[in-house]
Ligand binder design. Structure first.
Ligand code: ATP
Ligand code: MG
Length: 568
């Protein structure tokens, strides 16, 4: 493609709304434009990259034996009403009515529709196992759309669903998707980590997420460099750690603590370490209130807590007036003694001795509190968030933590949807059996952003060759010089003839502008045709390297072809 024919509206300014590198660069390099919060258009370069990502995904899904189909994004409400998710999705679902007043939604994910398709179309148990997939636009009215296409309200997902006769079959289908995902993310040039994931209170027997480590990732992941343990924060098993406490058989004692609310203020007031306190936090869980306790130096993991108590909605902090009503004290003085709601304590709380807690009285705390003597939690369980340095639950070595971008998720659904929608089959003996399902998602558009987060520098994007919109950019320093332009055209034609996606920067811009644009849009190989063309010499530079090297024309072309082909 000639750049003079290509819409590449690069921006010199850094768009103010963009907080993270990939978002800034996709806007600056002219890949995407915002239409509304969390809604983007893909301009030509963005679309070209997107198609390459889709093709890699498609090739590997097909190779794994999955069949592609395409469903509507505009979906009638019925299937979601039957499965119960019409309500579960809440405000995250875009809902609309047709002219007859019938309910529709814009599909946030398609488990129900695929299940229904199989109910309608599969005639015999002999057709299982079967895995169906689509690459299609999804809609979620995210509470906080941000970071460009990383978390948007309209995005492209590859969603796949497997259908098996039994759980051994599901294990096999799941493994095939696991292997396909490893190939896909490797080919996309992503450095990824596979973590055990939470499968929610709704059941399901296994779930893993494919995470791209990045400081801008919204998910916490814990991993062990000694064994292969890796899990996201919601799933990571926390081992209680030993800490020193005052030894002795003390009685609980009420202490006046005026104007002391936070752990920091408590630490200063009592001149004690944060681990010598236990925090008591009140939550609203569906229609009741509960209290959760962790050591003062730890954080509660709300997903673990939610799964433990099995509530439907996400937990929310109790409103201040409810804290006052339940504890009879201002916010900041809650404690477990005498509370009439359920108290759930973290495993580590059970190991604490003579510690400090709120007294449920404004301006007071208790010291020398002891579990089972001064209060008895109704449950003791792992409800905290893992931290780096904690013992690995598998081998005991220190855990490391990182932030991750979830690019893919594979999930053993079991019979959740086949039960609710009625997907059964008659086996060889004419007996009715339930179909066992798995579901497998990849955030296609999110992969673009993730690839940039792992591959950029101060000058712009550094695309992995496999998904670069163009592989090689050929650039005459002065497009008005016939010798340079003719040589550049020839190189460009030769590259194209060899199947390389080549760009010809035929604009009569200053060289500085052209160099900047080529770096910004992240083209892996640059061939510059300048004054030495008279001697048949061009400059060859990889986007990943700082210096250009001189090569003969033929050498530059053959090196570029070899470089690209080895990385497709
Ligand atoms: P997240 O935890 O990031 O909200 P999710 O667990 O809700 O994602 P899934 O339902 O598992 O997402 O969807 C499959 C994949 O779709 C995710 O792994 C992610 O890569 C992608 N995805 C989900 N939500 C968005 C979004 N709002 N914008 C872009 N990609 C998304
Ligand atoms: Mg997920």
């Amino acid at each position: 493609m000639r750049i003079s024919n290509l819409l590449i509206p690069t921006l010199r300014e850094i768009p103010a709304e963009a907080e993270i590198p990939s978002h800034r660069l996709m806007l600056r390099a002219g890949f995407i434009r915002k239409l509304a919060a969390g809604i983007y258009s893909y301009l030509p370069l963005g679309l070209k990259t997107l198609k390459k990502v889709e093709n890699i995904i498609r090739e590997e899904m097909d190779r794994a034996g999955a069949q592609e189909l395409l469903m509507s994004a505009l979906l009638p409400a019925e299937a979601y009403q039957v499965s119960g998710r019409w309500d579960v999705f809440g405000p995250a679902m875009f809902r609309l009515k047709d002219r007859w007043g019938r309910d529709f939604c814009l599909g946030p994910t398609h488990e129900e529709l695929f299940t229904q398709t199989v109910i309608n179309e599969v005639r015999s148990y002999k057709e299982y196992p079967m895995t169906l997939y689509q690459i299609q636009t999804k809609y979620r009215d995210e509470a906080r759309p941000r970071f460009g296409v990383m978390r948007s309200r309209e995005f492209i997902m590859k969603d796949a669903y497997s259908f098996d006769r039994d759980s051994a079959g599901l294990d096999e289908s799941y493994k095939k998707m696991y292997d396909a995902y490893c190939r896909i993310f490797t080919r996309l040039g992503l450095d990824f980590t596979i973590v055990d994931a939470d499968s929610g209170a709704m059941g399901g027997s296994g779930s893993q997420e494919f995470m791209v480590k990045s400081p801008v990732g919204e998910d916490g992941i814990a991993y062990c460099n000694k064994c292969s343990y890796a899990a996201n924060y919601e799933k990571a098993v926390c081992m209680p750690s030993e800490k020193p406490f005052p030894e002795g058989d003390f009685d609980i004692e009420k202490v006046q603590t005026p104007n002391v609310h936070t752990i920091d203020e408590l630490v200063a007031f009592f001149n004690a370490k944060p681990h010598m306190f236990a925090k008591t936090i009140l939550y609203k869980a569906d229609d009741k209130y509960i209290a959760a306790m962790v050591r003062g130096d730890r954080e509660i993991n709300e997903v673990k807590l939610k799964n433990l108590i099995g509530c439907t909605d996400d937990l929310v902090l109790a409103e201040p007036h409810m804290v006052r009503e339940i504890t009879k004290a201002d916010v900041g003085f809650a404690g477990p003694v005498g509370l009439e709601i359920e108290v759930i304590a973290d495993l580590e709380v059970a190991q604490m001795k003579n510690f400090i807690i709120g007294a449920n009285e404004t301006g007071y705390h208790f010291k020398n509190a002891n579990i089972n003597k001064d209060f008895t939690p109704s449950r003791i369980a792992d409800i905290r968030t893992i931290e780096s340095g904690d013992a690995c639950p598998r081998c005991g070595a220190p855990i490391e933590t990182a932030q991750g971008i979830e690019v893919g998720h594979i999930f053993k659904l079991g019979t959740k949807y086949s039960d609710s929608l009625g997907l059964t089959y008659l086996d060889e003996n004419g007996k009715s059996q339930t179909v066992i399902m798995g579901c497998y998602g990849i955030g296609v558009t999110r992969c673009l952003a993730a690839a940039i987060e792992q591959n950029y520098d101060e000058n712009g994007i550094i695309w992995p060759v496999s998904i670069a919109p163009y592989h090689v950019i050929v650039m005459p320093v002065n497009a008005k010089e016939d010798a340079q332009m003719q040589a550049a055209e020839k190189i460009y034609e030769n590259l194209k003839a060899a199947g390389i996606d080549a760009l010809l920067d035929d604009r009569s811009e200053r060289p500085g502008v052209k160099f900047k644009d080529a770096d910004l849009i992240g083209i892996p190989v640059r061939i510059v045709v300048g004054k030495k063309i008279g001697d048949g010499i061009v400059e060859y530079k990889l986007r990943t390297e700082n210096v250009a090297v001189e090569k003969t024309i033929d050498r530059a072309v053959s090196d570029a072809i070899e470089f690209v082909k080895a990385r497709l």
